[in-house]
Design a binder for this molecule. Structure first.
Ligand SMILES: O=C(O)CCC(=O)C(=O)O
Ligand SMILES: [Fe+2]
Length: 310
């Protein structure tokens, strides 16, 4: 991104989601912009966008041989040569956060530091973005007083929305949220959990993409039922669709890597598409994936995430 682009967007903030064109050598790159984005986000480069119509690269395979488990595993969805470019593009162009929050168990308060970089875009089913970029009621198209007052939602930028549309076409599901995790090394992780929040409705379907370094995805049944644990070594470009009774009955995690495996070659990006039904879902997702701390952006020289300064 040139200095000109950065200064322009800093001095002429716009509340509108709009596209700006900027010549960079031979081709023009358009950007997704929104008043709540810390910086504008380039659209997918043509070299990646032209590949999209041929995804998924291979049909999904069903994994449903354990109680309550229902997965569709695309191995891969994004072919590996494009997955590498998509990984580098998203790592360098998205705003990321390292969210901290407090939890209280009984009288004891603990400060939690999320052990990975995160970011989120989207809005639950009750609202849509109006042409001026503000959330309005999906039916009346009017602003809802006091809604989304703590965190201001951001629309899914074109570069991720193109993948959302491709995922919807391949699965027949609808998604309104995109969560992104960046595991910068083997010490970044996500502990066992299920994505079964009430705001996703019963039996939510979640599409989960892997880009970059290979990491193990572990799955185990919630206590009380005999079932085998699964270990899926997710590779760049793979997509796991988790369906039906899976979230309410199974837990999943990406464990830390130790010893010589700790260095994992530039890290891994995970993208999940989900559908939140109510406003509480929007607040929850922004609270845990954007929060109130600094913005991080990939620094190509230092080859790591650095606190971003306008
Ligand atoms: O990184 C992954 O593959 C899993 C991420 C995940 O489970 C989540 O964000 O809820
Ligand atoms: Fe999850």
């Amino acid at each position: 991104m040139s200095n000109k682009r950065t200064l322009d967007s800093f001095f002429t903030p716009s509340s509108k989601k709009q596209k700006k064109e900027e010549p960079t050598g031979d081709e023009k790159i358009s950007h997704s912009t929104h008043v709540e984005y810390p910086f504008s986000i380039p659209e997918l480069p043509p070299s990646i966008a032209k590949e999209l119509p041929s995804w998924p690269a291979l049909p999904g395979k069903e994994i449903n041989d354990q109680p309550d488990l229902d997965l569709l595993y695309f191995e891969p969805f994004v072919p590996s040569y494009v997955a590498k470019d998509l990984f580098k593009f998203l790592r360098s162009q998205l705003p990321f956060y390292r969210v901290e929050y407090k939890i209280k168990r009984g009288d004891v308060e603990t400060q939690i530091r999320t052990p990975r970089y995160t970011t989120v875009f989207g809005l639950d089913d009750t609202s849509v973005f109006s042409p001026n970029g503000k959330p309005v009621d999906a039916k009346s198209q009017k602003e809802v007083p006091n809604a989304y007052s703590r965190y201001k939602p951001r629309p899914i930028p074109q570069c991720l929305d193109a993948l959302r549309l491709s995922t919807e076409a391949a699965t027949g599901c609808k998604f309104n949220f995109c969560l992104v995790n960046y595991y910068s090394s083997g010490t970044d992780s996500i502990s066992f959990h299920s994505d079964d929040e009430r705001f996703l409705g019963p039996e939510p379907t979640i599409a989960s993409f892997s880009l970059g370094a290979k990491r193990d995805f572990l799955m185990k049944h919630k206590p009380g039922v005999e079932a085998k644990q699964l270990k899926l070594p997710l590779a760049s470009g793979d997509m796991i669709l988790m369906r039906r009774r899976t979230q309410s009955n199974w837990l999943h995690s990406i464990p830390k890597r130790t010893g010589k495996n700790v260095v994992d070659d530039g890290g891994r990006i995970n993208i999940t598409f989900r559908r939140a039904m109510v406003k509480g879902g929007t607040d929850n997702y922004y609270n845990y994936n954007v929060g109130t701390g600094p913005v991080f952006k990939w620094d190509e020289v230092a080859r790591e995430m650095k606190v971003w300064k306008p």
